[in-house]
Every structure is written in structure tokens, then in C-alpha cells.
Design a protein around this ligand. Sequence first.
Ligand SMILES: [Zn+2]
Length: 1038
Amino acid sequence: MRSSEVGAAMLKHRRTALERVEKFVSATYFTDCNLRGRLYGDSCAPTSLSCFQTPLRIPYSEAVVQEFRPARVGDTFGPTWETCWFRVELSIPPAWAGQEVHFVWESDGEGMVWRDAQPVQGLTKEGEKTSYILTSSLKETEPHSLTLYVELACNGLFGAGKGSMIAPPDPDRKFTLSKAELVIFNRDVYELLVDLEILLDMAQLLGEENQRSFQALYAANQIVNVCDVKDPSTFPAARELAAAIFSQRNGESQHTIHAMGHCHIDSAWLWPYEETIRKCARSWVTVIRLMEHNPELTFACSQAQQFEWVRSWYPGLYAQIQDYVAKGQFIPVGGTWVEMDGNLPSGESMVRQFLQGQRFFQQQFGQICSEFWLPDTFGYSAQLPQLMCGCGIKRFLTQKLSWNLVNTFPHHTFFWEGIDGSRVLTHFPPGDSYGMHGRVEEMLKTVKNNRDKGRVNHSAVLFGFGDGGGGPTQNMLDRMKRMSDTDGLPRIQFSTPDHFFSVLEKESSQLCTWVGELFLELHNGTYTTQAQIKKGNRECERILHDVEVLSTLAVAQSGTFQYPASQLQQLWRLLLLNQFHDVLPGSCIQLVVRDALKYYAEIRRAGTRLQEEAVQSLCGELLQLKSGGAESTLVLNTLPWERTEVISRTEPDGTEALALVTAPSMGYAVVRESLLPPQPVTVIKQEDGSITMKNGLIAVCLDAMGRLTSLRLVNSERESVADGCRANQFALFDDVPLYWDAWDVMDYHLETRKPVTTLLKPLEITLAGGLRGSTSFSLRVGESSTLTQEIILDAMCPYICFKTQVDWKESHKFLKVEFPVQVRSTNATYEIQFGHLQRPTHWNTSWDWARFEVWAHKWMDLSEHGFGVAVLNDCKYGASAHRNILSLSLLRAPKSPDASADIAHHQFTYAVMPHQGSFQDAGVIQCAYNLNFPLHAVPASSAPSPAWSAFSLSSPAVVLETVKQAEDRPEAVVVRLYEAHGSTVVTWLQTSLPVKEAVLCDLLERPTAKGHLPLEQQGMKLSFTPFQVLSILLVLRQ
Ligand SMILES: [Zn+2]
């Protein structure tokens, strides 16, 4: 070999070759002579820049007529949450003819470019979007002078946290305009930079053992050799070297990645709801711009609420979105109103998430979604598969279980089976992210990490900046285009959720099944944080339930009463919005909490009014009072079983008094005289200061601190409290997580338990007995909080109630109440949406132990054969059962992202219910409903009137939860029932409503084939399998 040929085949040092290429594309080093330094050509400043600032988020039309004052690059604006509008006059130099010209804008605040009164481009430096492309090749005929407006929000992509991302927002933060200019963009330099980035990544990430790694490295090195950065005519040869590598194809067995653009936008989190509206517009207008240049780009977009926001605030943009939806590129997914919390919303709330969402998508885009999309929620209820299936969805995408702290979830593609046996095809993108950037590293991780290798050879990649919005970039697309079919890398195709799942369905024969909940082993504090939001949710679920029941009955009875369909839709949408996965979990900033509580107040206010109107129509004649005050009480029961309970009512003389009354199943009765209880309540103070309370069913002994030293079933003398223990014991724990303050309670908090034993006011009798006995006491909790509790026992009531008030002023503490019970069982039962499930009470395996803090709805129960104890609650969700101790989680005190979280006055009620037999037979489920849905008592006339029941059921296993008017069908009623015991059962549904026709329907209220139900003497005969939810459309005679 002669020396002149040496250049063609030099010995190459791997590290220096790699670093040589890195320096050639570096944004930090050698930009005076490298390729990156040539990305932009000449630049020029705007001819004028002026601004106007406002604390409000105002429309464009209002902004542009304001008085603008001169502004300069380098100026700062603020404080946080204000908005600065800029008028930018631009003049492109004629000498730039033929060049690609960008308007470049850099700021730490999020921006929106407006042109000709329309939003045209979102600009977010953190989202790698700083350019608005004015022309791809300047022509003489194009206008060279133009005026743009930039709407600059004084918040970043992740709000305005001080220090760390989740720190509470800094109210005084200033935002800087650091660049505003016209610039020539050298597209050929950019393309070569993308080539080199991919080659470099292949060289580095495929590793030294890999042949392709060296091919990529040598190609990159050769590109640097042939490329003269000052001479663009050398670029094509360089690009051909890269293309030669990229076009070397894969074998047939290679994994296929389905890439879909995505932009996770939290409907509120570190910024308020109002800012999210703008985030949607900024993110989505950018997607539309990308679609104009990239017909292959698909974009999966969830949350009907966000579409609705853009529809009403940005109609021009919305029209463009509709066009791209019609083209199949902009793809509505998810089917829900918002991406809600997956644990805490009630069964009916979850149905409404889908009902409101799917109906919106159907109305706006002509079809419902076929995938449930919830990538970022903190666990998934085991009832979801059935609810999805009932709403036209058999496919589910998430990835959040990749955040599990303890156990690695064993699948990425599998069938998920719910408590009733419904199955949905489920995919977790193996890259463990919903916001990828289209990098080589992510593609390799997707293949390597896939836990279902050999079963399925396709997976999804969702790319685009997320959480705070942002979405895909051109750069991400260009990376993946190069990787579409390159030997050594997975195949990448731009795909749609529908196409992707269709492929999975074809390959599904080898897939495994996961039964039961998808429990997230992290963020378990979110069942408790922001107690007032939790309470608002539970209360408003109850209010809307009652309004719907009473309004439906009023319509059926009167014919003239108008069902408040549009008001109810509006109130439901507020409730559903607050169920968003950073609001109901309590992981949001204070501004969001304020909005959420405002919405709950609105639902309470409007709900109370609607309820009164319905009762007025339903029972108007009974309510007409003679002068002289109420002589009777109208008692309304919105639950589907007869109830005999102690209520408080107004006496003829205007005073409040207790009465024992019976109300029929889902109906009403006029009550004059209180019933006489078979056994009155007795409350007796013992010499040692303890107090006993009895009602013939249960007998309780309380110490001076309100703790139960004994809780017995009178019939059997069976003791509930574990030997030597005290139930209703408050305990305080240190609660300092590792990072996610509002989200996480860590395992080690259990090691810091301190019983609350500082007595402020010892137990004393407040009601001596008869229909009701009660006692009260106060404790000091922690350093400066106080707790006052009233312990109430009613005649004929099988549970004892703890009405609790707490002035909570703690910091990083966790308050629970504990019930050590005399029950031995390896499993405890917890209520979930339309059913219940069991979780272990031991910590045998890491999967058991990782569930040291779990969630439940209205009740939890620990039972052995023949006996058990249940704990009921009216607004709590956090719970645990370890060994024989049932704990209810009451209050937390995290400081981020809301420094004032939960520092307030709290009121809540829980109850303990010992029972013989199973919890099903003992009526625990019904009692928990009763605690949550108090009877309504309204002053009434004394005219005699028979009790009236609208619906009743022959089996206690079936709960009729929902009664509402059918959507868009005023002549029809929808009733929703579920099997609550976990049994196969046949029941009769009886109704006094004038039903003409009964048809089974799905959760979207679409009649099912063969769903016709014969109307018989006893009513409608219904068959249920365990935990089955049935909806029936009842057409009424007019
Ligand atoms: Zn999120």
C-alpha cells in the first residue's frame, strides 16, 4: 500500500472519532467553525416592538386596542400569572430573497403568536419551540413587512415554582424577553445536523460489540471529512453518506414501533384551569402547523373538556382542528371528559366521564373513541374494564405503573380483567413515557424494556413535550423519519391508536391476563391530600344523584315539570373537571384548589335549588302549609330500600327535634308522629369516668378520651375490640416523602407512629339517650391542632357514628384513626366503584407490602366466618388494614405544590359497624349508603297521604344507584343497577312509574340487541353476574 492511499483507510480511535463528530455538531464548543454554528444566517431586529400588560387573560380583540408602550429585548415582565401582549412590526430585508426566514422569539414565559387576528404558533423555549416560520423561500411577491402580536404568559411550561418544579409558585417572578428577531434559517445545515445526531446516537448506544455502531461512526466521521461548513455544495455528498446507512434495511423479524404525536396537558396542576385553555391553544396550533408540512404526522389528543375550551375560545383554530380530525391526523382519543383520577371518582362519576366525553366526540367529530387513554393517573380501579366496555371501548393505554416504587409490573401488552370479568386489551408503551422525543435511545429502550417479547412485536411510542403542554416538534419527526427502517434499530412507522391496537388484536393469542386493580405503588398520599376537595367530590356526587332521582320522579309524576337537563350537564361537567388527575388527588397548587372549591360551592348552591324545585313539583300539595307552621314532615329517601332512621325535623313550634321515621324505598312518606323504638338509647356515665352507650343492637364502652374499650353486638355478646386495645384511637405519623410531597406517603412513615393522647376536654354526655345518645370530647393533636368529636348512637342503628371536627395546623404530619378489632382474616374488603375487592392484611410479599396505604370508597370491612367489623365514612378515601387493625386516613399536611394544603377547619364523619354473618348479609353496603345519603326532611302539611315508592328491588344484592332522564329523550328514564355482593342473582325491579317499555342499554344509553325486558306483574326480571352493572331505558307513557 502506498502512502497516498492512507487517508481512505486510517486506523480510527473510537473515542476520538466519536468526540470529533460531537464537536462538529456541538452547540457549546467550536461554534465558530463547526456545523451547528452555521444553522442560522443573517438576522435583523424588528422595526418596532411595543407591549401592554394585564393581570387578566383577555381575548385578542380586546388586547390589540389597548395602548402599547415601547419595549426592548432584555426587558422583564411580571409578576407571575400576568400577561404581556407585544406588537411586533417586522420588515424582511429584500436581500434575503430565496431564503427560509424565521421569526425567533425566546422567553421563559410561554408565548402565542397571533397573525391577522388568528393564533398561528405557540412559542415555548422549554418545549423547544422558539421559531415561527414566515416563509420557506422568500419570494418577491410575498409581503416583506408585517405585524405580529405575541401574547406572553407570565408562567413557564411548568408554572412558576420557586426552586424545584413542584414548589409552590413564586408570586413575584419576572419573565424576560431574551430574543426577538428575524433570521435566515439554513435548512440544509439543519438536515445534516439531524443525520449526524442519529448516526452519533447509533454509534454510541448500539455499543462496541455492534457492527452497526461502527458503520454509523465511520459514516459520521467521513461526513465531517467531506463537509466544508462554509461551502453548502459539499453537503449533498455528506447527506448521501448518511442516507446510505439509513437505507440499509431491517430483517423481517424486527420490532415495529407505532409512533404517535401526543401532548399531555394537565387540565390544571402547577397552573390554574384558565391557563390550561391557553396551553391547549398554544400546543394544538403548533401541531396544526406541523401537520401542514408533515402529512404523515398523527396526533392523539384526549380530554373532551379541552376540545370544548378550544371550541369556545379559539373558534378559528378549532375549525382547523376539525379539518385535520376529518383527515384522520388529529385523533380524538380517550372517550372521557377529562383524564380523571382512576381511583376516587364514584362508579357513576366514571360512567359520566365517558358519557359526557363520548357524546361530545360523537357530536363534534361524528364518532366515539375506541381507546381509553389515561397515561398519567395514579392507579386504575378494577371496575374500569367493565365501564370501558359499556362505553364502546375495549382498548386501554397507560404507562403510569412504570412509576411503581417496589415491584416491576410484568407486562406491557396484556389483557386486563376487571372484578366482573370484563377484559380490555391494554398497552403500556415500553419506553415508560408519554412524552418521548423520537431519539434513538428511546427506540432502543422500547424494544429492550418490552416485557412481552415473543408474545407481541409491536409497541407504541408517544412523542411530544407533555404535562404542561408543548407537543411534538419538527425535530422529533425528522429523527424518526430517518429511523423508519434502518438495520439495527426498530422499525418506526407513524401510526394511529386504532391501527396500532388493531395490529395488537391480531397478535393477541399469546397475551397474558392481569386480574384486578392496576395499583400504583406510589402517590398513595393522594387518597388523603386536600381533604376539602375529597369532601366536595363525595358531597357533590351525592347532590347530583339526589337531584337526578328527584327530578326524574317529578317528571314522571307531573308531566309539566321540566327536567333540568342542561343545568345538570353543566354541573356534572364541573364535577368531572374537578376529578382531573391532579385536582381530585390534591396534587395541585393553591390557585387550583381555590377554583375547585368554587366549583363545588356552585354545584352545592345550584344543586340545592334544583332539589327544592323537584321536591316542590313532586310533593307540592303535601308541602302547602296551613298557617301555624308545619305539623308533619315529608321524608324523602333517594336510596332503593326502605329505611327507618332518626332524623332531625322542625316541630310545629319551630324548634328542631328528633324523630324516628320510616321512609319507603326511593320515595317519600308524610310523618306526623315519631315511631317508638323497640329499645331506646341509653347513655350512662360510670364511676371511673367511662361512658357506656347502648341501643339494643350494639353496646359500646368509651374511655375519657373517646376511645372504645368495648364494642359488643348485644344479641351475641360478641366483642369487636381486640383484647387490651382501644378502638377509635387517633395516631399521628411523620409524613416526609422523598420528593413528591402532596403525592407520596412513604413506607417508613409507619415507623413514626405516635398515639394522640393529649386530652383537652374529657368525654361527657351531650345527649342523654332516647332516640339518640351522644357524647363529646376534645384532644390536642400534634403541636397546635385540635380535634373535637361527637360520638352518636341512634335508636335502631347498627353502627356508631363519629362526627369529627379538626382545626388542622400541622406540617408534614399524617393523622389516622385506628380500629384494632377482634377479627382474624388474611384479607380485608374495600368498596370500589360499583363493587368491592379484597386486599391482603399481611405483608408476605413485596406486592402485599407495597399496598401499605390503599384507597376505598364508603366502607371497608374485616370479616372472619360469621362475624366482622366495618368502618364507614362520608368523605374519606385513604385506608389500610394491617393484621387486625383497620385504619382510616384522615388528614395530611404536605407543603408542595400548595404550601397551605389542608391547613383549615375540617368536618367529617365515620362510623364503625360490628356485624354478625358476612358484611353482605349484615347490610354493610346499605348502611354505608345511608351514612352518605341522609334522608331529606321537609316541613309538610298534615293532610294524610300514603307513602309512595318509585322503585324497589326484591334482592338486597342489587343496588339501584342511578335514576336519570335519558340523554336527548325526555320521554325516557335511565336506571342503572349493579350487583353489589359479588353473586349471581336474579331480582325483580318494581316501579310505580308509568313504564311503557323497558330495554337494556349500554352505559352510553344505546339499547342493546335483544335487550327488551318483559313487563310483568312483579316488575322487570333482571339477572346479574357478580358485580355486573346493568342500565335500563324505561320509556314512559306520556
Ligand atoms: Zn398528568
